[in-house]
Design a protein. Sequence first.
Length: 192
Amino acid sequence: MTPTSDPSHAARRLLHELGAEELDHPGGTLLAHLDRVRHRLARWSARPALQLAGLCHAFYGTGGFAPVLLLPRQRAVLQDVTGAEAESIVYLYASCDRQATYATITDHSMRFHDRFTSRTRTPTLQEKKDFAELTAANELDIAHVDSAFRERRGGDLLDLFTRLRPLLSTAAWQDCESVLGGAPRSTAGEQV
C-alpha cells in the first residue's frame, strides 16, 4: 500500500479506528491533543512530514504517555498511511528514553537511547531538530491547556527548551517564551 493523497485524513481515520478519541488526555481527548499539536507545528511553518508526525506522535506511546495504539513492530501500518519520513519521526519521538537521552540532548556527540530496543545511536542534525520541535509542540500544548501542569512543570520545560533553543525554529522558541515565560525556573533539576 502507498501513502494516500491526503495522509493527514487517513491518519485521523486510523486514530478514530484505534480509539484515540476515547482516551483521556489533558485538554480533552488524545485525538484533540494530537490535532492541536499538528496545528501548533503548522503555525510554526513546520514542513508537512513534521506536521503529520505531530498528529501521529502518540501511536506507539511515549516515555510520558503509556497508552499504545500500535506496537512498534507494527510500524508498517503507520508508514503505509503517513509515508516513511513522518513515521520515522513518530518512531524517533516515541522510542526516546527521555531520562537517558535528555542529559546530553544538545551535545554534539548526543547519544539517543531507544527505549524499545535498548540501543543507542547518534541522531542526525535534522532528527535532533525534528525531535526538539515535536517535543516543544507536545509539551506546550499540555502546558497551554492544563494550568496545574504548567505550574508544576513549566520551569523544567523552560529550562529544557532553553537548552534546545539552537535546535528550535524562531517561531517555536517564541511560543515557548509565550506559554512558559512566567513559569518559575527549576532549581531541583527534575527530569521532564
